[in-house]
Design a protein around this ligand. Structure first.
Ligand SMILES: Nc1nc2c(ncn2[C@@H]2O[C@H](COP(=O)(O)OP(=O)(O)OP(=O)(O)O)[C@@H](O)[C@H]2O)c(=O)[nH]1
Ligand SMILES: [Mg+2]
Length: 233
């Protein structure tokens, strides 16, 4: 899956990616501020999760647009301590909703390890755009709640794609996999191939186009069949 981590300046996006990927990430930064991107790979129950962190300075909008392209899910990071970042959070939220309409999103109310941090209900009052979104009190520093937030997001993503992913699992290894996929989901060939390519890129499966066949990775197959397994931990 491709997950984009965005939010205003200094909210803790880079630190979040560092935690989620266990340090297996790069941050293109200057004096502690991300100027291009963070990128890293995480593994959740055998599923590859490609993490992309955006710059938090307003002027890097183009970079955020590029990084957001094709993302399956969004982690929106807000600074629970600094009320001055609230106005910027609102702008950034509008921006990501414009880049990725309808894409599942969870909110990280970050820096909860600090005693000045505002609790979630207070943040909801100040940040009206959070209405209807799951907000997790987290700390990118201690890692508190980060795993359950990520799992919830991945679950939401897989539920959004459940009809496609379920069919991937069902027809994995089938010699007529592609045509069965087209038939069951009522897709044109191009669309079906598009979906296969999308999730091949995300390393959920491998496509053997010559013989119209695709094979789902063994480790992710149970998750495709039953995404709620992600939550049982
Ligand atoms: N106490 C505490 N500090 C944090 C936490 N997350 C981030 N920080 C600190 O906040 C500052 C900004 O963190 P970054 O991860 O660089 O934030 P960012 O959102 O990537 O910032 P930009 O890329 O510049 O927009 C750093 O000094 C971090 O150490 C947290 O959960 N708790
Ligand atoms: Mg950063």
């Amino acid at each position: 899956m491709k997950i984009v981590v965005t939010g205003p300046y200094e909210a803790g996006k880079s630190k979040m990616i560092h935690h989620i990927t266990n340090g297996a990430c790069i941050n293109v930064e200057r004096r502690g501020t991300t100027i291009a991107m963070d990128h890293g790979l995480a593994n959740v129950d055998g599923m590859n999760v490609f993490m992309f962190g955006t710059p938090g300075l307003l002027r890097f909008r183009t970079m955020r647009k590029i990084l957001s392209e094709g993302a399956d899910g969004i982690i929106f990071v807000v600074d629970s301590v600094d009320p001055e970042s609230d106005a910027r959070a609102k702008l950034f939220f509008r921006e990501i909703a414009f880049f990725l309409p309808g894409v599942p999103c969870v909110v990280a109310a970050n820096k909860q390890d600090l005693k000045e941090s505002r609790p979630v209900d207070k943040l909801r009052k100040n940040l009206r755009f959070l209405a209807g979104l799951p907000v997790f009190p987290v700390s990118a520093k201690t890692g508190e709640n980060v795993d359950s937030m990520l799992r919830t997001l991945l679950y939401l993503v897989m539920m959004q794609w459940s009809s496609v992913l379920g069919k991937f699992a069902e027809f994995s290894g089938d010699k007529k996999g592609l045509s069965k996929l087209m038939n069951d989901l009522n897709l044109e060939r191009d669309q079906a191939v598009g979906y296969l390519r999308r999730f091949e890129l995300r390393k959920l499966l491998e496509v053997q186009m010559g013989d119209e066949q695709f094979v789902v990775k063994d480790t992710v197959r149970p998750l495709l069949e039953n995404p709620v397994l992600l939550m049982k931990r």
